[in-house]
Design a protein around this ligand. Structure first.
Ligand SMILES: Nc1ncnc2c1ncn2[C@@H]1O[C@H](COP(=O)(O)OP(=O)(O)OP(=O)(O)O)[C@@H](O)[C@H]1O
Ligand SMILES: [Mg+2]
Length: 265
């Protein structure tokens, strides 16, 4: 799989002020949320995403990373805290409205309809917008230009594609809505290393090429941190450390040992 073509260098603001000290394009602020009323999975967690940057959330299994993305995308309503997009409080907006506002979500589990063709799946990326046929065709053509491998498979049922190819279709589908924010959960779980590398290139291109604000959740810490700009280390629903990638040092093993699996934590 090739990296996404058509990416140009983004126009970056004057770097006099570091990006992470500017107002984030998208943020969950002080979020408390859970699946039942009496148990909070997220405990006052803040996570931000800036245009042209990748913020990565790392943490042990079951710590609430996927729950955070679900709460930010409107599948769970936070009991306190705010979700903010471009200065606007959008807390509690349901997923179809989040899509309309330009927030895309790639869930941890495969989300294509396996018996529908790749092209039908792509068209479903625009279901909430009720677009005209010409607009659908325009967006389809754009998706195929970016992802030639997806064009080749367009008449096949999505379930016949490999895991990596399905991920590519999911990304192509989410680009149909022209989002500015990407919430991405474990993009390479269960995918072979070579294909994973190509997927990380695509994720990097979303931020560094297409100027999207990306919030990435990942277990493959080493690969994810290679493309990451800002890191949140999360444990039991709260961020225990955060900062620009370089603040954590060059040694990923040290980061893993120190922040994620330190004894007594
Ligand atoms: N639908 C659900 N209903 C009730 N509890 C849930 C549900 N989904 C997750 N949980 C619980 O919420 C907690 C956090 O789960 P979550 O999936 O957010 O963790 P995670 O950090 O994404 O883990 P992993 O790295 O394994 O993907 C876990 O204790 C989990 O059992
Ligand atoms: Mg998860």
């Amino acid at each position: 799989m090739a990296a996404m073509p058509g990416c140009t260098a983004p126009s970056r603001p004057d770097p006099a002020v570091p990006y992470h000290e500017t107002v984030a394009h998208f943020a969950g602020e002080d979020i408390v949320a859970g699946y039942t009323r009496d148990i909070d999975i997220l405990r006052h967690i803040t996570a931000k995403a800036w245009r042209g940057r990748i913020s990565c959330i790392v943490g042990p299994n079951g710590t609430g990373k996927s729950t955070l993305l679900k709460a930010l995308f409107g599948f769970l309503r936070p009991s306190s805290g705010r979700v903010v997009l471009d200065g606007q409080d959008i807390t509690g907006s349901p997923p179809h409205r989040m899509l309309g506002l330009g927030v895309a979500y790639l869930p941890q589990r495969p989300s294509l309809f396996p018996y529908l063709t790749v092209e039908s799946n792509l068209k479903l990326g625009l279901w909430h917008a009720r677009p005209k046929k010409a607009q659908v065709n325009r967006q389809l053509e754009r998706a195929y230009e970016r992802f030639p491998a997806v064009r080749e498979k367009r008449r096949q049922p999505a379930g016949q594609l490999s895991g990596g190819q399905q991920r590519q279709v999911e990304i192509a589908r989410s680009l149909m809505t022209d989002p500015t924010v990407y919430l991405i959960d474990e993009p390479t779980a269960g995918i072979d290393p070579q294909t994973s590398e190509a997927i990380y290139e695509i994720v990097a291109a979303l931020a560094h090429g297409l100027d999207k604000a990306v919030l990435l959740v990942d277990q493959d810490i080493r690969s994810a941190l290679d493309i990451t700009d800002y890191v949140y280390v999360v444990k039991t629903g709260a961020a225990v450390a955060s900062g620009p990638r370089e603040q954590f040092g060059a040694d990923t093993d040290e980061l893993v040992a120190r922040w994620l699996y330190a004894s007594g934590e």
